[in-house]
Design a protein around this ligand. Structure first.
Ligand code: SF4
Ligand code: SF4
Length: 320
C-alpha cells in the first residue's frame, strides 16, 4: 500500500500496527483514528451515576440499563482487548433556502449514519484481520451502551468541551464517533490525553437557549432541545418550546458558537449530503407535508427515529 501523509495534528508512525490501522482509517475517509486498550472507565462512573441520580437522563431509561457494560466494553464483547476509535466528519455549511424553514440538525440531513459508518468500520476490521493480526471484533456507532466520547478522549482524540461534545483540536466537533472492539491486543501509540482547551470561554453555556448546560460538561438532557425534539416520547415541556429557535430535529447551537468549529471543513461522504429537496423545503411545505410524502422523503434518514408524528408534534410547538 502506498502511504499518504494525513495531517491530523498527531504524528503517524507507519511502521507500527497502530500506525498502519490509523493510516488505513484516514485513507478510508475517517477524520482521525486512535487505538486504546479496553478497560474500565472508572473516573466517568461517578459523574454518570450523579447525572442519572439527578434524573437528567429524563425518559431515556435505556441509559440506566447496562451501566456496567457502558463503563467497561470488556463486558460487552467477550475477550475484548482493544478499541479502535474513529471520527467521521458530517459538517456541511449548506443552509435552507428559506430562512424561516424549520432547522434540521446537521448530522441528520443526509442518510442515516449508522449503517454508513458501520460498513466502513467492517472494512477496517477486515483490513486489521488480513493485514495486521487475526482477531474477532464488533463495530458500533451510537448503537450500543458505550461511552464513545469518553473513549475518544481517553484515546487522545480530543477533550470534552463545556458543551459536553468531544472537541478535536484540528477539526472541532462536527463528527460521528464509531469504534471497533476487538479481541486482539494491539500496542497503542504513546497516548497523550489532550488537556481541556476551553479555557475561560463560556460561549456554549451562554448561547444555549434553554439553559440546558447547567455547568461545564453537564447537560441536563431534559432541558436540551435535542432531547425534547428527538428522544422524548410524549408531550414537550411547554416552558421550553418557545425557546426552540425553530429547531425541528436536534440542535447545533452550542456547536455553532464554539470557536473550535471555525476549523470545520465540509465532509466528502455522498451519503451525508442533504437529501434531495430537503434544503428547498419551506415552512409551508413542512406544515402541509403528508405522512406518505414524509415517509417517501425520509425513509433512509435519522428523522425516522421520531417518525412523522414526532415531527408534527414539534412543528405544532414551533408555531406557538
Ligand atoms: S444542543 Fe442546543 S439545547 Fe442542547 S445543550 Fe446544546 S445549545 Fe443547549
Ligand atoms: S464554546 Fe467555548 S466553552 Fe464551549 S465547548 Fe467551545 S471552546 Fe469550550
Amino acid at each position: 500500500m502506498e502511504w499518504k501523509f494525513f495531517d491530523t495534528g498527531r504524528p503517524l508512525e507507519y511502521s507500527s500496527m497502530t500506525g498502519r490501522i490509523r493510516a488505513k482509517a484516514l485513507e478510508m475517509g475517517f477524520l482521525d483514528c486512535a487505538v486504546v486498550p479496553a478497560g474500565a472507565l472508572e473516573k466517568e462512573r461517578t459523574c454518570l451515576n450523579r447525572w442519572m441520580d439527578e434524573g437528567m437522563h429524563g425518559t431515556m431509561e435505556y441509559m440506566a440499563r447496562n451501566m456496567d457494560k457502558r463503563l467497561d466494553p470488556r463486558l460487552l464483547v467477550e475477550g475484548a482487548r482493544t478499541l479502535v476509535i474513529v471520527l467521521h466528519n458530517y459538517y456541511s455549511p449548506e443552509q435552507s433556502a428559506d430562512p424561516e424553514a424549520p432547522i434540521i440538525s446537521r448530522y441528520a440531513r443526509g442518510k442515516d449514519y449508522h449503517q454508513v459508518i458501520k460498513n466502513k468500520l467492517h472494512e477496517l476490521l477486515r483490513f486489521i484481520q488480513t493485514e495486521i493480526t487475526p482477531c474477532h471484533g464488533r463495530a458500533f456507532t451510537d448503537s450500543a451502551p458505550i461511552l464513545e466520547r469518553a473513549w475518544a478522549r481517553r484515546a487522545g482524540l480530543g477533550w470534552i468541551g463545556k458543551n459536553s461534545m468531544l472537541i478535536h483540536p484540528r477539526y472541532g466537533s462536527y463528527f460521528f464517533i464509531g469504534e471497533l472492539i476487538i479481541d486482539a491486543e494491539i500496542p497503542p501509540e504513546p497516548m497523550t490525553e489532550i488537556p481541556d482547551r476551553c479555557g475561560t470561554c463560556t460561549r456554549c453555556i451562554e448561547a444555549c437557549p434553554t439553559r440546558a448546560i447547567i455547568s461545564p460538561r453537564i447537560v441536563d438532557a431534559r432541558r436540551c432541545i435535542s432531547y425534547q425534539t428527538i428522544e422524548l416520547r410524549g408531550d414537550q415541556d411547554p416552558a421550553l418550546t418557545p425557546l426552540f429557535r425553530n429547531r425541528l430535529f436536534g440542535c447545533d447551537i452550542c456547536q455553532e458558537v464554539c470557536p473550535w468549529n471555525r476549523k470545520a471543513t465540509p465532509h466528502h461522504e455522498p451519503a451525508f449530503h442533504p437529501l434531495p429537496g430537503l434544503l428547498q423545503l419551506t415552512r409551508t411545505d413542512w406544515d402541509t407535508m403528508s405522512e406518505e410524502q414524509f415517509n417517501d422523503m425520509f425513509r433512509e434518514s435519522p428523522l425516522m427515529r421520531t417518525g412523522y408524528q414526532g415531527i408534527r408534534r414539534t412543528l405544532r410547538n414551533l408555531k406557538s
